[in-house]
Design a protein. Sequence first.
Length: 304
Amino acid sequence: MRLLDGLERLSWADPVIDVVGRGIRALPLGDGRDLLHGRWLGHPLHPLLVQVPIGSWLSAAVLDLWPGRSREAGLLIGLGTAAAAPAALSGAVDWAELRPRQQRVGLVHALANTAAVGLYAASLACRARGAKGAGRAFGFLGLTVAGTGGLLGGHLAYRQASGANHAEEVPSLLGEDWYRAGAVAEFPAGRPVRRTVQDVPVLIVRDDDGTLRALADRCSHLAGPLSEGTVADGCVRCPWHGSVFRLSDGWNVSGPATAPQPAFETRVTGGQVEIRLRDQVPGQPADDSADTDTEQEAPHGRSG
């Protein structure tokens, strides 16, 4: 654990990370960038894609333990080596949008996996020349290095929470009641305002027509403050990595965020704005029937 924590503090690698990150973000991927992020899937695509090379290489190692199965092992190594390319590309576009400490570990993760691909390429070359013993040796070395890369990937995913939904806890912290967020006058039209309701940061935006929209303020990608972002065309853009969310229902219009934002119904009671979690599925047409002004007291209104 001390070694892994030490990787997070490799600040000398930051100049390299900056250059590589800018290069990856500049790639002309278009809509393919969201495809590689896994926005359509609802979670990062990279962990799914790495199953093919890892599974192929592990299966090849099992076959290499049995005499006479070198050809089949070579086919699996070739499949895994080819499948490493799309897995690496998806991981790279995710990596370019991470925090510095995550990127430092991710850089070593990528270097380990690159070394593994090189070892497997050497294994294929040896097998092609008939040097089956050397081919098996390079294959086992490749699996060892790939396993080290996988360990670092696990640290990224589970210790550093890269790729996790950073807004997942919101529905657990807020019940089904209405909660007061502040007076209507505190929400000028067109300006994102941050309020804390039951210890949950909430973004509230008042449209020019008076309609109030509310989302969890911490971006699902890496908990960026949406209230410090820009509002345009019914959406808010995260100031950290540019994820765009629809204010009406929290739908993630574009990545790198792969999960929608928790969204809230709004109403005005006695001049006070009140919110509660929406039940509807993001992406479906929003029912704004609750966005009405009323002077009746809310039966379950709570002060934030």
